[in-house]
Design a protein around this ligand. Sequence first.
Ligand code: CA
Length: 358
Amino acid sequence: MKIRSVLSAAVLAVATTLASTQAFAQETFTLKLAETWGPNFPIFGDTTKNFAERVEKMSDGRLKIRIDSANKHKSPLGVFDMVKAGQYDMGHSASYYWKGKVPNTLFFTSMPFGMNAIEQYAWFYHGGGMELMEEVYEPHNMLSFPGGNTGVQMGGWFREEIKSLDDLDGLKMRIPGFQGEVFAEVGVRPTNIAPGELYTALERNTIDAVEWVGPALDLRLGFQQIADYYYTGWHEPATELQFLINKKVWDKLPADLQEIMKVAMRTGSYDMLVHSQHANAEAWATIKEEYPNVQIKQFPKEIFQAMYDANKKLLKEAADEGEQAARIVKSQEEYLEQSRAYTDISERAYLNTMSEVE
Ligand code: CA
């Protein structure tokens, strides 16, 4: 009797545990994601779609992501506020867009003359970058994760060749953010114009030059038809998008779903980097073939040096404004220095070798 009752109690305990595990396993979540991009925006938009698909498959349908593009929520640059307020559970955007609200969000996308993509990922995941980003977003009740990299962006389309600093004086160029501020220091008049109006602005000489992303996304906007000079980049060497998540929403997810999210976000960001490389190479082949007017140019050394000095000056000003900014700038500078010394004897040495035998 006694043994039997102990046994049945044990059976009951196991059955209860199983039942609760099953109930737990069946609990499903749907997160609403607002992205800065319009519907079917290539590469950036593919990143969120693939992320959502992967999360749903890996969680066996327990976690679904519903994506609203900019045409739906009507607020491409309101993603930070919407996720912070809980109007959306998560977002896909770029950290440097929030610089006007929270200045130190600037540092987590890409900095002029800064790290390239592999160096920056190494900084995020092994060099303290994630911890600094968490610290910046924490007071806003959000988590931010790397959300896809464009690789080195092109320096922009110019209708006239730029031969000296004098040629930049008064030049009207679409170039946003901190990069625009660096350009302004050397005489450029930076403006920000909505993507849909860029082609017309360049065609009608409202602007003299335009910076967008790289061949794959630039080709769609048609700049190659009206500008001959395509400059190499310096200003966004590793533009990293971001996944933003409301912290309360994150905390409600079971640990396994949080881990699935982390894996899917990290895979998504890597995927976007390789997708960018692939699509840019294809688009560049098309431009070379179909638009022989297009010439690749690099700014002369005096311009690079002036912009490099301007960048240093602006970074110092940013660091002087607060202890946190100073720590982030220092972390990035020190990491870049150490990482670049290795890049020099590996990637750069290899590419130099290849250019010698071509
Ligand atoms: Ca850009």
